[in-house]
Design a protein around this ligand. Sequence first.
Ligand SMILES: NC(=O)c1ccc[n+]([C@@H]2O[C@H](COP(=O)([O-])OP(=O)(O)OC[C@H]3O[C@@H](n4cnc5c(N)ncnc54)[C@H](O)[C@@H]3O)[C@@H](O)[C@H]2O)c1
Length: 285
Amino acid sequence: MAYNLLKGKKGIIFGALDSKSIAWKVAEMAYAEGATFTLSNTETALRFGELDQLAEKCHAEIIPADATNVDDLLNVFEKSMEILGGKVDFVLHSIGMSLNVRKKRVYSDLNYQFLNKTLDISAISFHKMLQVAYKLDAINEWGSVVALSYIAAQRVLYGYNDMADAKSLLESIARSFGYIYGRDRKVRVNTISQSPTITTAGSGVKGINGLIDFTERMSPLGNADAEDCANYCVALFSDITRKVTMQNLYHDGGFSSMGMSLKAMAMYNKSLEIDMGLDLPLDLD
Ligand SMILES: NC(=O)c1ccc[n+]([C@@H]2O[C@H](COP(=O)([O-])OP(=O)(O)OC[C@H]3O[C@@H](n4cnc5c(N)ncnc54)[C@H](O)[C@@H]3O)[C@@H](O)[C@H]2O)c1
């Protein structure tokens, strides 16, 4: 059900690759709530993804950009203002990638060039986006910028690798820039810490299926899926959250406040009975 929460609002959505992407669901939801926006992703993603279909459905134009390239970002913001007829009201950063994860380099054997890439693509690109928007004065007062994060920024989750460091930096950038953007222009900057979700990026996380089952059992409300996340993004883009800024907002069915749940304990005890006495091979990273 749509509430017209974004009626008359203009935005830019970065990171929709295919129909599983969180950004894809955000675009669909923002469109249903009355927003107009542009879409952006890398040239490679445009070649291999399905963004054209989303653009058609949402009557949105696509502006290619590598989010690590400041000139590309300048172009996205300038073109978006041209296309949409003025400054924007919301921006979604839904971008993440780790070559260490892709190439199966564990955390105690990182390739540092890959690490630089991870940090640049998954975190520093958020600073670049904010700085470009700030310098161009491209976001209206009470506008809202949201980036997507994960609880591995605060807690160790086996296998999340250097993306954990990227998410910590991402959340720190939201606070540091959120102060300046709020103080000077009344623009909000937040991160949403989302449950594990099956998407192209999500599927790269080691043991994602087990992790999703674990967090489902641990969370009193169950995992938040991509559509739930899109709803939360829309609420944060809307005027009903005008005084929320510089926050990392957990959107995880309660997982972040749990230590152990009945459902997880039941499963743990079951496997304990089976595994008792077995010498299981462990990947110690
Ligand atoms: N899926 C999960 O479990 C989960 C959980 C918490 C947070 N997140 C975060 O949500 C965001 C979106 O991921 P998703 O799960 O929808 O997966 P996804 O693979 O659909 O989206 C990741 C996007 O990043 C884009 N991207 C990669 N490099 C880029 C670059 N240099 N410039 C511009 N774009 C680039 C990709 O093209 C892709 O569209 C990411 O920040 C991810 O870390 C995901």
